[in-house]
Ligand binder design. Structure first.
Ligand code: NAP
Length: 247
């Protein structure tokens, strides 16, 4: 359909999982996509090649978005190379499961710096260029645990709750500049992030989901694509839950 033809998109954490699916969908719809990742060069290259194989265009850019200067470099490289940035998908994220009493200060720092500050870091530079263009779409990948909180994921929940508030506030501030900001709150999506679950735990979890199954990465990608496109041009400041009815 090419609904994103001519758009320049940055997807953070796109070497695997949900970010990979989003990058591929945006590319299929005609966007030129910058595949950001932290360390897995081979997987990032594979995504670039998959996109090229399907007739799209993508490049990879390694940067730890939890570091302000690296995130700034990622956005500035994009604008220097392609002249603009129209779409920013803040997807890079990490999780850590465990009792709150067993979490350490370093866990707080790494989760908050990646999941919450990483989003601030990319937005802070990207928004300046988007304001110059009077156009843009920012999608932040949150989590249902940011909406309702999860036992044994206190810090992760706090980071995603911050993503939700940040999204709503930034949307209000940027709407007059024709920049839309929305978040997606997925439930359980099958990726390496939850590969630690045992078969038994997966069955129990599925039984708690009214639709009886985990979400697919493409479910998130399709929604992200809609939110990036003009088909959602009057939607901003929303946290859209995608969880098969779980919460
Ligand atoms: P994943 O499979 O573990 O992939 C994580 C991606 O993020 C990888 O590409 C990784 O790069 C990248 N990354 C991690 N830290 C980074 C950093 N500091 N800078 C740049 N890139 C970084 O994760 P996923 O399950 O697809 O999750 C993606 C997002 O969805 C996360 O924000 C997560 O919280 C959210 N989410 C996931 C689920 C779920 O059930 N899976 C549910 C709700 C929300 P490398 O490969 O180079 O390490």
């Amino acid at each position: 359909m090419n609904i994103l033809k001519g758009k320049i998109a940055v997807v953070t954490g796109a070497s695997k999982g949900i970010g990979r699916a989003i990058a591929k969908k945006l590319a299929i719809e005609g966007a030129l996509v910058v595949i950001n990742y932290k360390s897995d060069d081979d997987s990032a290259m594979k995504v670039v090649n998959e996109i090229k194989h399907e007739g799209g265009y993508a490049i990879k850019y390694k940067a730890d978005v939890s570091k302000y200067d690296k995130a700034k470099d990622l956005i500035e490289y994009t604008v220097k190379t392609f002249g603009k940035i129209n779409i920013l998908v803040n997807n890079a994220g990490i999780s850590k499961v465990g009792l709150f009493t067993e979490m350490e200060e370093g866990d707080w720092d790494s989760l908050i710096n990646t999941n919450l500050k990483g989003m601030f870091n990319t937005c802070h530079t990207a928004v300046k260029y988007m304001i110059g263009e009077k156009s843009g779409s920012i999608i932040n990948i949150s989590s249902i645990w940011g909406n309702v909180g999860a036992s044994c994921e206190v810090i992760y929940s706090a980071s995603k709750g911050g993503v939700n508030s940040f999204t709503k506030a930034l949307a209000k501030e940027l709407a007059p500049s024709n920049i839309r900001t929305n978040a997606i709150s997925p439930g359980v999506i099958k990726t390496t992030m939850n590969s630690w679950l045992t078969e038994e735990e997966m069955v129990t979890l599925k039984n708690d989901i009214p639709m009886g199954r985990f979400g697919e990465q493409e479910d998130v990608a399709n929604l992200a694509c809609f939110l990036c496109s003009d088909e959602s041009k009057y939607i901003t400041g929303q946290i859209i839950t995608l969880d098969g009815g779980l919460v």
